[in-house]
Structure formats: C-alpha cells, structure tokens
Design a protein around this ligand. Structure first.
Ligand code: F6R
Length: 240
C-alpha cells in the first residue's frame, strides 16, 4: 500500500485531486468508482474547481457509486443520489446518463443488485474512491462480509447508523439497510484511493494496514490489491 500522510483535511483533498486529475487527463473516458460521506466532500470541491479552471473534464467519464440507502428516492436530501448531485454532478460537465447509483427504492432489491453487478461487469473501474468506516467497513460492507461478495443488500451495524446519524435529525431516521457494491467488486478496480480524516478512523486504519487480512476488518483485504493509495491526515494516521 502506498501511504500518503497529509497535514490536514484540505491537504488530503489536494493530494487526492492530483491523482484524479492525472487519471482523467491520461484517460478522459475513465470509469470512476465514487463514494459519499464526509471524507470525499473537499475532494469533490477541488474537482469542481478543476473543471472550472479547465484542468480536467468529466465529459466522457462514467461513474459508479458504492452504495445507496434502501427506501430513499433520489430526491430525498439524505439519499446518496441527492448527495452526489449536490456535491459533484450538478457542478461539473458530466453527462448524467453516465452516472450510476444503486436504486434504493427498487421493488425487487435483489434484482436491482443483479442489475448493478451486470453494469459493473461491463465497466471496469479505473479508479475507485473509498472512505472507511470507524469499524473498518468499505462501501457498506460491514465486518464479517465475505471478501467474495458482489453488490448486495446490507443490514447496517448500529455503530454505522450512529456514525451517520450526524447527517439526519435523529438516529431513528437513519435507514437500517443499504445496497452496497461488494468487496469483490471493489477489488476489481484497477486503482484504489482511500481517504481517511480524523482520530475516529485511526484504529480502523491501523487494522487495515497492519492487521491480519480478516473479514473482521473489511478494509484489510486492500493489502492484497496491487494499486492502493491511502491518503490520511495526521490524526487518521496516528496509530500507524
Ligand atoms: C460511502 C461509503 C462508506 C463511507 C464510510 C466513511 O459511500 O461507502 O464506506 O466511505 O462510512 O464515511 P465518512 O467519510 O462519512 O467518514
């Protein structure tokens, strides 16, 4: 694993920006795997600026998001579809038809997972952006998820619901289930860039980097991937 330690969250975003800029300039029709949550927000702001300054373009880019809450339509302000529009897609030159997010409102959720897997099979991800949960999850693949998993319906751990409650007005409003790309899907990306900010992530980062490769810490499987870059602030790196 290539580990970059940056002094603060803004530096994390700038270092990640450089990787995405290089990727898009090298291959303008890249397929990007994207994440939601707090970790990528500053990076998305840098990407928006980059497009404005004509340093890069999303015109030919296709994107696949990692996950979506079950039961939320794309207009719900806490849905990941809404998040992506607000944080990135509405402000860059991407063709919305090229953006893919699992549909959390599908009547048949298993069919929706199959549809998403099929779409992923037809688009190899060139660069996958990840955050990490304080329990080591990647995507919404919680501890003990099989490393062979593909897109599936996930029951969120209470710790994850509590972590995400900051985005809702109460814990009760946080959905109990999500659709997530599986760990196998994530590992198929050619390159992986994982961002982590803050002390709350330090233990998960240590387990991911130095711990055994074990489904107890889903992120630990990244030790087996040939091209992973972790970009951490000093607090997230403090247990390494
Ligand atoms: C988001 C995702 C999650 C988050 C993780 C960290 O699409 O799949 O794995 O990356 O929960 O979330 P933040 O960045 O909010 O700490």
């Amino acid at each position: 694993m290539n580990i970059i330690i940056a002094s603060n969250a803004h530096e994390v975003a700038l270092k990640a920006y450089e990787l995405f800029k290089t990727q898009l300039n090298h291959k303008p029709n890249s397929v990007l795997g994207l994440a939601t949550g707090s970790s990528p927000i500053l990076l998305y702001q840098e990407l928006i600026l980059g497009v404005k300054n004509q340093e890069l373009s999303f015109k030919e880019v296709h994107t696949f998001n990692l996950d979506e809450y079950v039961g939320m339509d794309a207009h719900h302000p806490q849905s990941y579809a809404f998040f992506m529009k607000k944080q990135l897609f509405d402000h860059v030159d991407i063709d919305v038809k090229h953006t893919h997010i699992p549909c959390g409102l599908a009547v048949d959720l298993n069919k929706e997972c199959e549809r998403y897997n099929h779409a992923l099979k037809n688009h190899t991800i060139d660069m996958q952006l990840l955050g990490i949960g304080s329990n080591g999850h990647i995507g919404f693949n919680e501890p003990h998820t099989s490393f062979d998993s593909v897109t599936h319906v996930v029951k969120l751990k209470e710790s994850t619901r509590q972590d995400n409650a900051v985005f809702f007005s109460s814990l009760d409003e946080v959905p109990t289930h999500a659709i997530s790309m599986g760990i196998h899907n994530i590992l198929e990306a050619k390159k992986i860039v994982l961002l982590a900010i803050g002390k709350k992530k330090a233990a998960a980062i240590k387990a991911m980097v130095h711990g055994p490769i074990d489904e107890v810490c889903p992120g630990s499987i990244l030790q087996t991937h040939p091209d992973v870059t972790l970009i951490l602030d000093t607090e997230a790196a403090s247990h390494l």
